[in-house]
Ligand binder design. Structure first.
Ligand SMILES: *[C@@H]1O[C@H](CO)[C@@H](O)[C@H](O)[C@H]1NC(C)=O
Ligand SMILES: *[C@@H]1O[C@H](CO)[C@@H](O)[C@H](O)[C@H]1NC(C)=O
Length: 435
């Protein structure tokens, strides 16, 4: 059983979070939210076999339509982002990038205009090396003209990948392209797959440099369509949290990759777990799913406003795994409101046990690092039922009932003076059950 002094950690984080490392473009002050094609659609270019799933103008227009009509835009999902395989194999005679003429018959500018007409934002993919990972033209040697092309097209977000380049040269290539993006004068969120490749080679990543140049960055390998892939990413983020978490903050985020929710592999419990953990990790919330086929129970996970609010908390403090105990992982993220020196917290209890029955875990608030003597009001973010009639004190015990591979996700708000008149205290020996 491991326990970290949360209050001490938070104090350190606040100092570091003070914009020290930030890319100063005023963007992504909370983790960006939207939709990115890769995980679900990959490099599908066969539009005969997959007419509504190939990487094409139609896919992105339909996605923009559904983001709005299905209510995703209203809760904050705003970026529609193309990934690899959108390009013609050759540049124009003037040396400019061009989209595949069959799949994007009206070109990228027209698509960006369409996305903007829905009051959404538009993102695109390129690669810092000579080719994209799937072998299309990369930006190397064309950095300035490509940045200008993106700005002309109305691009609001660039994901820059890291294939076909020596990892050591990334420390030059990624900042250089960022400078050209900045020079266009257009506000463009800059997402860098930079640490991911360097970590993969066992290099020591200069995260300070990364955070000064990118709004977000991938730290680790691509997420794949399975629960074990998902939890593999999560375990790496937990293992590295004491180093990585300090670089997250308004304008600059660690990125554990896309949400798998609404696709084939994850169960309902597992989808709830990913959404809770991505909120705790202050991760960019990028769906990668076929919006026309997302079932209602998955849609309600993706659109859970309370959980999105945890992810979008203004403090932007990346949460941490604070306990591994009896197969239950407990994650905590400090959030607003703050009363004097006491934070509120989002708390995720993730069941890693493989026995078929739900499990009840019992712990005091104090042992979770919740020490505000005035107490806390706790809400269950999935069931929405809460203890609003009760104020729990640091000595109060809670019981948390989780299903295998599932989560219980709580928000513990610090009690302020205002609450005193409206709520009753629990007795010292009361225990509350959350499930
Ligand atoms: C397209 O580019 C490839 C190299 O990437 C080159 O070999 C080929 O000649 C080019 N084709 C045209 C039509 O320019
Ligand atoms: C360019 O960088 C400067 C200095 O960091 C910043 O003030 C400005 O907002 C940036 N402009 C854009 C369009 O990113």
């Amino acid at each position: 059983m491991t326990y970290y002094q949360l209050s001490t950690l938070c104090f350190i984080l606040i100092i570091i979070n003070d914009g020290l490392y930030a890319l100063n473009n005023g963007l992504a002050l909370t983790p960006p939210m939207g939709w990115l094609a890769w995980q679900r659609f990959r490099c599908t270019i066969d539009c005969n076999t997959f007419p509504d799933e190939c990487v094409s103008e139609q896919l992105f227009k339909t996605t923009a339509d559904l983001l709005v009509s299905e209510g995703y835009a209203q809760v904050g999902y705003e970026y529609v982002i193309i990934d690899d395989c959108w390009l013609e194999p050759n540049r124009t005679v003037e040396g400019k990038l061009q989209a595949d003429k069959k799949r994007f018959p009206n070109g990228i500018k027209a698509l960006a205009d369409y996305v903007h007409s829905k009051e959404l934002k538009f993102g695109i993919y390129e690669n810092v090396g000579s080719k994209t990972c799937e072998g299309y033209p990369g930006i190397e040697g064309h950095e300035e003209v490509d940045a200008n092309t993106f700005a002309e097209w109305g691009v609001d977000y660039v994901k820059l990948d890291g294939c076909y380049i020596d990892e050591h040269r990334m420390d030059i290539g990624f900042p250089q392209f960022g400078k050209y993006l900045n020079k266009t004068g257009r506000p463009i969120v800059y997402s860098c797959c930079w640490p991911f490749y360097q970590e993969g080679k066992g290099m020591k990543v200069n995260y300070k440099l990364v955070a000064e140049n990118c709004n977000l960055w991938r730290n680790y390998g691509d997420i794949q369509e399975s629960y074990s892939s998902l939890m593999g990413v999560v375990d790496v983020f937990a293992a590295k949290q004491d180093y990585w978490a300090q670089f997250a903050g308004p304008g600059h985020w660690n990125d554990p990759d896309m949400l798998l929710i609404g696709n084939f592999a994850l169960s309902y419990e597992q989808c709830k777990t990913q959404m809770a953990l991505w909120a705790v990790l202050t991760a960019p919330l990028m769906m990668s799913n076929k919006l026309s086929t997302v079932r209602p129970e998955f849609k309600s996970i993706l659109q859970n406003k309370e959980i999105i609010n945890v992810n979008q908390d203004k403090l932007g403090i990346q949460g941490r795994r604070i306990y591994l105990d009896q197969g239950i992982d407990i994650w905590a993220k400090p959030i607003e409101p703050i009363d004097e020196e006491y934070y509120s917290y989002a708390l995720a209890f993730v069941n890693r046990r493989t026995m078929g029955t739900p499990f009840v875990y019992e712990i005091s608030l104090k042992n979770l690092g919740l020490t505000n003597p005035k107490g806390y009001i706790i809400m269950n973010l999935y069931t929405k039922d809460d203890t609003v009639k009760h104020i729990l004190k640091p000595s109060s015990q809670i019981k948390v009932l989780t299903n295998p591979s599932g989560v219980v996700f709580l928000k513990a708000n610090v009690v302020t003076k205002y609450h005193f008149t409206k709520f009753e205290y629990t007795m010292d020996n009361d225990t509350f059950l959350f499930k």
